[in-house]
Design a protein. Structure first.
Length: 334
């Protein structure tokens, strides 16, 4: 049985073409590609690449200035932060959340919109493996070219599970029986109809957006579309710690807000989302709101009466939301 694509580049002695990450005495990283006959230069001296070729990971090399550097292969989080960029990359903390919360599994059929520099594509391809399928859509040809180079450089060859299309997802999506859809774009609400048609029942839609206004509009659009369960939204922040002797404290810098993530699951065809019975905060929706589940949207007194009889809250019916199957405790927010 052949090894998965890129696995051979992750173990064993350093070889020509491998990515190497050097760490200096101050903890700074330098990444380069091994080439026979070349030298690595710094302001602290140089050393020949040949000194590392054939050496095991974890080797320490010294420059002509007698400065020691630790040589290791870069981890994927290190690689995506140092690779050439066309667009901003999806940070490792968010990529990890996407892999976990969107339940990306080996062999999964995944559609991705908004490739950027290829950061998330690389994480997804490593998770789904050679037997999966990742179809990525990118509007800009220059971004797509950079992403393709970055992905191929990481795996050492074109990945057999990857297909890259230059164009808008809503105009070009023809995939069916898709397990997961990841949207990293300005207006994910514009893609809900084709995404709904592509996803299998139980499939997961995951959107990555930068601002609160994008988040709110995407969530409301998902609720109004009627083919998904109640979306979940969150963000993550990472704070490293300084640990030295008795000086154990949080670092002064941290990776704070990079974006919001939300997920929702595709319902079976012909199924209406169950009504949510959580009352929103007073004033959470203005009087002119006509979103999904409101009396103004349905336009019938019967719906309003039904909401009262069900104990759903006030007569506006604005608290009737698709249920995510969770124990919803009033939280005071929308």
């Amino acid at each position: 049985m052949s090894e998965p694509t890129g696995a051979a580049r992750r173990r064993g002695p350093f070889q020509v073409g491998d990515q190497v990450q050097l760490t200096d005495p101050k903890g700074r990283h330098y990444t380069f590609t091994l080439e026979s006959g070349k030298n690595f230069h710094t302001h602290k001296g140089s050393f020949p690449h040949d000194e590392l070729i054939g050496a095991p990971e974890g080797t320490v090399v010294r420059t002509t200035g007698n400065v020691a550097y630790l040589a290791l292969r870069p981890l994927l989080p290190d690689y995506v932060l140092s690779m050439p960029r066309g667009a901003a990359v999806v940070y490792p903390k968010d990529a990890g959340q996407i892999l976990a919360m969107a339940d990306i599994f080996p062999g999964a059929r995944v559609v991705e919109a908004g490739v950027g520099s290829g950061s998330l594509s690389t994480f997804l391809l490593r998770a789904i493996g050679d037997q999966g399928m990742l179809h990525s859509y990118e509007r800009r040809a220059d971004f797509a070219e950079i992403a393709a180079q970055n992905v191929e450089r990481y795996f050492g060859a074109p990945h057999p599970a990857w297909r890259l299309t230059v164009g808008d997802l809503q105009d070009n999506l023809s995939d069916t029986d898709v397990d997961r859809v990841i949207l990293d774009m300005l207006a994910p609400w514009e893609c809900l109809e084709p995404v709904s048609k592509a996803l299998v029942p139980g499939g997961i839609l995951c959107a990555y957006v930068a601002t609160t206004t994008q988040l709110a509009r995407t969530v409301e659009a998902i609720r109004e579309h009627g083919t998904f369960n109640e979306p979940s939204a969150w963000e993550t922040m990472v704070r490293t710690w300084h640990v030295e002797g008795l000086a154990v404290r949080p670092d002064h810098r941290m990776i704070g807000h990079t974006g919001f993530l939300l997920t929702a699951r595709r319902l079976a065809d012909g199924v209406e989302p169950p009504m949510r019975r959580r009352r929103p905060a007073k004033g959470a929706y203005g009087e002119d709101y006509v979103g999904w589940g409101t009396a103004k949207d349905t336009g019938t007194a019967k719906d309003t009466a039904a909401a009262k009889d069900a104990g759903a809250g006030d007569a506006s019916g604005a608290d009737r939301r698709p249920s995510g199957g969770q124990d919803d405790t009033p939280s005071g927010d929308a």
